[in-house]
Design a protein around this ligand. Structure first.
Ligand SMILES: Nc1ncnc2c1ncn2[C@@H]1O[C@H](COP(=O)(O)OP(=O)(O)OP(=O)(O)O)[C@@H](O)[C@H]1O
Ligand code: SF4
Ligand SMILES: [Mg+2]
Length: 330
């Protein structure tokens, strides 16, 4: 049985006037039915570009330069626009980053639902409206809000509307790109709980994107950590929480307050992510990594010159870091 979604060696470039920017560099992972996969990493590491490539909604100057995106074994990268239209929303949908501002301000919520539903399935206006009201109710919004315009709703409500729209055609996968980041912490929690309840009821899979690793640890089955366009670690959430291996993952973990237990000083990661137009040689994280010093010349040579490949370090746990070369810790 193929995975529900398999991203296989995906490469995405932005072809800018000043040269090629490789935003997604040979990324591979899979999503099983009903699974919640988290994708974490600092700003600019390629999370949204990965999401847009999966839905084939990249705009120039971005292009998929290599790899496959297999949905139940069929490669979306090879599909034409007509075939893709059947997939988007019906099978895979997306809640865009800053989605709550993506609603059309001059159309009522109901009209936006009806337009979207009728663009993808045969449905009368009244059936589509009925479906929209049920969806609003599902995400905790009163049915009468169907008549509201976006500016009449709070940020949290707008975000719920956008999530309801993404669920409208009962897709098997919903990509959620920072769906709660713009909201205050209390509303953020409420919405996450709602997503979890909906996910348990409807069993759709989720690709959940955020820079907040602590959130993913609570919410996901498995987590991928991206750095400078590459996946550097992938593991079951509980394992990543207990035993993060990659120094970047450890740094990300320490950048957020602990979920429970005593308060610790929050240590961020020093330095900034590299310019993807000209990334560092060897391990891309080496200029920021505290394990990278000339005092260990052999390791230093590897870190600065040889790109570490992802390798298995435990059950379903892969890491790209020379500290774990040949399956052992150095
Ligand atoms: N329009 C563009 N033109 C050129 N390069 C771009 C463009 N958009 C993105 N990039 C490059 O792609 C990289 C990845 O961008 P992307 O939006 O996927 O990151 P992200 O992980 O989603 O960040 P954030 O957390 O800020 O949303 C950026 O660092 C940048 O180098
Ligand atoms: S390979 Fe070396 S420089 Fe890169 S993350 Fe691992 S320890 Fe740090
Ligand atoms: Mg993004």
């Amino acid at each position: 049985m193929p995975a529900l979604l398999e991203v296989d060696d995906l490469v995405v470039d932005y072809l800018t006037p000043t040269g090629r920017v490789r935003a997604v560099d040979h990324v591979s992972f899979s999503i099983e039915p009903g699974e919640i996969i988290g994708l974490a990493g600092e700003s600019g590491c390629g999370k949204s570009t990965t999401a847009h490539a999966i839905l084939r909604i990249l705009r120039p100057p971005a292009q998929i330069s290599g790899g496959r995106v297999l949905f139940k074994g069929r490669d979306l990268v090879q599909m034409d626009e007509r075939q893709l239209r059947e997939y988007r929303w019906n099978h895979i949908s997306i809640v865009f980053q800053s989605a709550m501002n993506s609603l059309n301000p001059v159309l009522s919520v109901g009209d936006q639902f009806v337009d979207m539903i009728r663009a993808h399935v045969h449905s009368s206006k009244s059936d589509a409206r009925e479906r929209a009201m049920n969806l609003l109710q599902l995400v905790g919004i009163d049915r009468t809000r169907i008549r509201s315009f976006p500016h009449e709703l709070s940020g949290g409500m707008r975000q719920r509307v956008v999530i309801a729209m993404a669920l409208a055609l009962q897709p098997e996968i919903v990509v959620m790109d920072e769906p709660t980041t713009a909201l205050d912490v209390v509303v953020q929690r409420e919405i996450l709980q709602q997503i979890e309840e909906l996910q348990q009821e409807f069993k759709f899979a989720v690709l959940f994107i955020t820079h907040d690793l602590s959130l993913l640890v609570e919410f996901s089955d498995r987590i991928g950590v991206m750095y400078a366009g590459e996946l550097v670690e992938f593991a079951p959430a509980s394992r990543l929480f207990r035993e993060p291996k990659h120094p970047y993952t450890v740094g990300l973990m320490n950048s957020f307050p602990p979920l429970a237990g005593e308060r610790l000083t929050i240590q961020g990661i020093g330095g900034a992510p590299p310019n993807l137009a000209n990334p560092p040689s060897g391990c891309r994280f080496h200029p920021r990594c505290s394990h990278c010093t000339p005092s260990n010349p052999a390791l230093y040579a590897l870190q600065t010159r040889v790109k570490p490949e992802l390798q298995l370090v435990g059950e379903n746990h892969t890491v790209a870091c020379h500290l774990y070369g040949d399956g052992r810790e150095r």
